[in-house]
Write a protein that binds this ligand. Sequence first.
Ligand SMILES: Cc1cc2nc3c(=O)[nH]c(=O)nc-3n(C[C@H](O)[C@H](O)[C@H](O)COP(=O)(O)OP(=O)(O)OC[C@H]3O[C@@H](n4cnc5c(N)ncnc54)[C@H](O)[C@@H]3O)c2cc1C
Length: 307
Amino acid sequence: MKVYIMGSDQRIVRCARVSFAKDNEVDRERDIKLIKYLLSHRHASPFEHVIIAIETPKSFWLELMEKVDNPAVQFYYSGGYVWFNLRNFINAQEHLPIHEELKAHLPATTDLIMGKEPQNYSTDPHFLKEKIETSSGWIGLVDKMEFGTDMDYYTFIVECPLFVARQWHRHRFCSYNEVSRRYVDYEPDFYIPEYLRKQAKSNKQASLEEPIEEPWNSLFLKKIRWYIQDLRQLYSAMVEHQTAKELARGILPQFMKTRFYWTVPRLSLDNFISLRTHEGAQKEIREFATIIKDVVGHRRTDKRLKL
Ligand SMILES: Cc1cc2nc3c(=O)[nH]c(=O)nc-3n(C[C@H](O)[C@H](O)[C@H](O)COP(=O)(O)OP(=O)(O)OC[C@H]3O[C@@H](n4cnc5c(N)ncnc54)[C@H](O)[C@@H]3O)c2cc1C
C-alpha cells in the first residue's frame, strides 16, 4: 500500500492566507499557529487543497465506505487508488485502519489534529512557476498529481473579473479559496475590455467578435474608465472614514478582479474544459479554459458524465 500526497502544510496556509491576499507570506511558527486556529475554528476549506492517494485494491475503499457513517465525507476510487482530501481525512480518521502507515506520509498538520506538536513541517517545492496572461487576468499551475486516472488532481491560481469567477465557481466538484474583500482594502484592479463586443442575435447569452458601432464603443469605454476611477475613489474614501470593508465593497463593479486557488480532479477539469472552451461560453472564461487545455491537456474523461 503506497501513499502519495499533493500539497503540504504550507499549501494549507497559502490557501488560508489568500483570503487576505497574503499567500506569499510564509513563516513556520506563524503558519503552525494559523493551522491551529483553522482547526479550532472549523475553517476547513484550506485543508481541501491537500490531496491523498492510496494505491490499494478496491476492497479497501469498500470497507472504508462501509465504516464511515458521515454523509459529508467523500472518498473516491479510481484507477487503483483511493482518493480523498485532508478535510475528509480529518472527518474520518478514526475509520482509517492504516492510520500508522498513512500518518508517516501526511503533512505535520495531522500531528496537530491529533493534539501533538507538529513534526516535519512540509513546504511547497515552488510557489508558482509561471503566470499565463489572458485578456482579463492570469492563471498559473501550482501543482499536479498524475497517475493517468480520472481522479488525478491539479491546483491552479486564477485571477479574473468577478463575473468570470461566478461562472467558474458553478463548477462544484473541486475546491476553492478566494481573496475576501471583507479582509482586504487594497486598491482593486479592474478588467476593461479592449472593445465592447456586440450582443449575438442567435444566442441570447453570447457575444460577437465585433465591436458595437462608433462613436458608442469609444464613448462607453471612456465612461466605464471614468466611473471605475470614480468608484475607486469613493471606495477609498469610505474605507478611510471607517466604513466596514464588507459594506464598502458593495460599490465595486463586476469588472473588479478577484483571485482564488482551485484544486480540481481530472474528471471535473475535463468537464470544465469541454463546457468552457465551447463557443457558447463567454469569451473571457473561454480564454482561461483554452490555456488550461494547453497546459495540462484534455483527456475527455468527462465523456463518462452522461448528464
Ligand atoms: C454556456 C453556459 C451557460 C450557463 N448558464 C447558466 C445560468 O444561466 N445559470 C446558472 O445557474 N448556471 C449556468 N451555467 C452553469 C451550469 O449549469 C453548471 O453549473 C456549470 O457548467 C458546472 O457544470 P457541472 O455541474 O457539470 O460541473 P460540476 O459542478 O463540477 O460537477 C461535475 C459533475 O459532477 C456531477 N454533479 C455535481 N453536482 C451534482 C449534483 N448536485 N447532483 C448530481 N450530479 C452532480 C455531475 O455529473 C457534473 O457534471 C452555465 C454553464 C455554461 C457552460
